[in-house]
Design a protein around this ligand. Structure first.
Ligand code: HEC
Ligand code: HEC
Ligand code: HEC
Length: 105
């Protein structure tokens, strides 16, 4: 019985995370910077081979909810948040590509 309950909970969790998956077409906007709005595209990142856990882990973006971390450029340059990858190794370097993220509207 306990095993069945566990199985049920697991299936429920897995299907919920699929339903929440930064889904095709889902984007987040970060609009606090004077440099212009940053649009984060879930589909693009998935297609670039990133798994949920590449970002949603203790060190990077622990919560699947927007606005739970304060993202600053100093943190990005220091290899935190977007800077875990946008360092010229796993993805384009933030320091020399401001306008690939920040769009003036
Ligand atoms: C390349 C990085 C990255 C990947 C990969 C990623 N996410 Fe996210 N996700 C983020 C960021 C950044 C946020 C905003 C976090 C914050 O502001 O604290 C976010 C927020 C979310 C949110 C909240 C959206 C909202 O409107 O508040 C959900 C749900 C979510 N992610 C689910 C997922 C799932 C499921 C996967 C895997 C299919 C996934 N994410 C993969 C970076 C990523
Ligand atoms: C786990 C790794 C990872 C994290 C974390 C991550 N990205 Fe990316 N991102 C990538 C990869 C890989 C690409 C595609 C390769 C490339 O463009 O260099 C990409 C591409 C992009 C692009 C496309 C740019 C273009 O001109 O095509 C934007 C914009 C972007 N990321 C913004 C963000 C923002 C904003 C964050 C933080 C909220 C973030 N990324 C966090 C890995 C990541
Ligand atoms: C990988 C994507 C990315 C790149 C590249 C990038 N930024 Fe940002 N930047 C962000 C995100 C995300 C935020 C948080 C915005 C928010 O919270 O609304 C931010 C915030 C900022 C802020 C406000 C917070 C702070 O740290 O002062 C400034 C100013 C800024 N960026 C300037 C720049 C400049 C200048 C460059 C190029 C040298 C640059 N950014 C490159 C993603 C990026």
């Amino acid at each position: 019985m306990q095993k069945l309950t566990l199985l049920f909970v697991t299936v429920l969790l897995v299907s919920t995370s699929i339903a929440l998956a930064v889904p095709a077409g889902k984007t987040l906007e970060f609009s606090k910077s004077p440099m212009g709005v940053v649009t984060f595209d879930g589909t693009l990142h998935r297609e670039a081979g990133q798994k949920c856990k590449s970002c949603h882990n203790k060190e990077t973006f622990p919560k699947m909810k927007q606005g739970t971390v304060e993202i600053t450029m100093n943190d990005i340059y220091a290899g935190k948040f977007c800077g875990v990858c946008h360092n010229g190794e796993r993805a384009f370097d933030a320091q020399s590509n401001c306008t690939r993220c920040h769009m003036k509207q």
